[in-house]
Write a protein that binds this ligand. Structure first.
Ligand SMILES: [Fe+2]
Length: 373
């Protein structure tokens, strides 16, 4: 093996894993006096499960695919309240906003000052993250994304100051996620691990996290989709998502996520669904550049082995369909006339495209979009 490149890994300070772990947040938070809980419409009614004591306030509801303006509203509310602890209770959108609120509410810096790696000056509050979907793995990572209203593009902020002080991975708070969203977010989690494993910047330590993330998705995602209350499957997918999240900091994703972004920011598809629709095609496109890792991925998912890209795409797409996903872009409202502009935009997301193990031209992106239509 070649000497691995140097990497830096930031982890949450404390991680509570298991059924009922969300209820431990209250005891952990006893030293804090002003607690701001960042929520979405679907997690607002879960706050009581955290057993928080003292002065607790909720943010306004954070939408899926939050914009810079949604973040500004949340920061404004935090400025009025002055929290010493920010809690993210939700999926990736909520947890990303919680990270940014925790570092920006009492800062001279605004969002534009901190976009990119390592530009955040300091953290202003404690930060706890309770993941209510098994998908983004945002709870384990130090990156946060919001969409610019000016350009429609994702803005990515990365800082060790956004590492959580506490993470709770509690299968019980994910059981109300409906099957279609369980499937889409689960494939997103899987894609984080696969895109890191096959990445040009792959690293042996992160490869091991990625392999565990892929194996857990192969074992548990179908069960989590079939029976929402299957605690083993829900725990397995939370761990899969967490491992995928750990892959994002030091290695990150590649073409799969670059191709998914215009589907969300322009086409309005949820992030997990957008990633799921691209997953079989990008896995197939990259297979020749990463044959062993692709073969192991297919085996871990229980997909019949093949090295033929068309078969990889077909069989992986069929695997996604068995989870209950409709794998047609057109079925989700995408029109063929949109695809050439989106292909150019996806191709331009160099922070991800440059990680891909095989060069993908604009024509290749357009061909993948058309194949997925
Ligand atoms: Fe993702």
């Amino acid at each position: 093996m070649d000497t691995p490149r140097a990497i830096t890994l930031h982890l949450p300070r404390r991680i509570e894993i298991g059924a009922g772990s969300a209820a431990l947040v209250g005891d952990w938070a006893q030293g804090f006096s002003r607690i701001l809980v960042v929520v979405s419409r679907s997690t607002r009614n879960m706050v009581a499960r955290l057993n928080l004591k003292g002065d607790v306030r909720l943010s306004s509801d954070i939408p899926a695919e939050p914009k810079d303006t949604d973040l500004a509203t949340a920061i404004e509310a935090a400025r009025a309240y002055r929290p010493d602890l920010v809690v993210g209770l939700g999926g990736g959108s909520v947890m990303d906003v919680a990270k940014l609120v925790a570092v920006l509410w009492d800062s001279d810096q605004d969002l534009a000052d901190v976009v990119g790696p390592n530009r955040v000056a300091q953290k202003r509050s404690g930060l706890a993250q309770i993941a209510t979907t098994a998908g983004t793995g945002s709870e384990g990572g130090i990156r946060a994304l919001v969409t610019s209203t000016e350009t429609g593009m994702k803005l990515a902020v990365e800082s060790p100051h956004m590492a959580a002080d506490l993470v709770a991975l509690d299968p019980e708070v994910t059981m109300s996620v409906p099957p279609a969203l369980t499937a889409a977010t689960g494939v997103d989690a899987l894609a984080h691990s696969v895109e890191a494993l096959t990445n040009i910047r792959a690293h042996p330590l992160i490869d091991d996290y990625a392999r565990m993330g892929i194996k857990l998705a192969g074992q548990h995602l179908a069960h989590a989709c079939a029976d929402a209350t299957d605690a083993d499957a829900r725990t397995g997918m939370l761990l899969s998502s967490f491992y995928g999240g750990l892959c994002l900091g030091p290695v990150n994703t590649a073409a799969g996520h670059a191709l998914a972004y215009p589907l969300s920011t322009r086409g309005g598809l949820g992030h997990g669904l957008a990633v799921a629709l691209m997953f079989p095609h990008v896995l197939a496109f990259n297979a020749g550049a990463r044959p062993e890792k692709t073969a192991k991925t297919l085996a871990a998912l229980g997909i019949e082995p093949t090295v033929d890209p068309a078969q990889i795409a077909d069989r992986t797409s069929a695997w996604c369909k068995r989870l209950g996903l409709n794998m047609s872009l057109a079925a989700h409202g995408v029109r063929e006339s949109d695809l050439s502009d989106w292909a150019a935009e996806a191709h331009g997301i160099r922070r991800l495209m440059d990680n891909n193990p095989r060069d993908m031209r604009i024509d290749d992106v357009a061909a993948i979009y058309r194949a997925a239509l």
